[in-house]
Ligand binder design. Structure first.
Ligand SMILES: [Zn+2]
Length: 49
């Protein structure tokens, strides 16, 4: 049988399927170890002036 691995998000401790790169609950990115939402905010902070 093909058992799907489960990993726990270190940020919110939610159970996330092993194939997920981003926590579905808090948007924590397992590879880069950052929360994607914060990454987007950083991008939005950049203003043109
Ligand atoms: Zn999480």
């Amino acid at each position: 049988m093909n058992k799907e691995s489960i990993k726990n998000c270190p940020n919110c401790h939610e159970e996330v399927p092993g194939s997920y790169e981003i926590c579905w609950n808090c948007l924590y990115h397992f590879k880069t170890k950052v929360i994607v939402q914060e990454f987007i905010e950083i991008s939005e902070v950049i203003e043109e002036e």
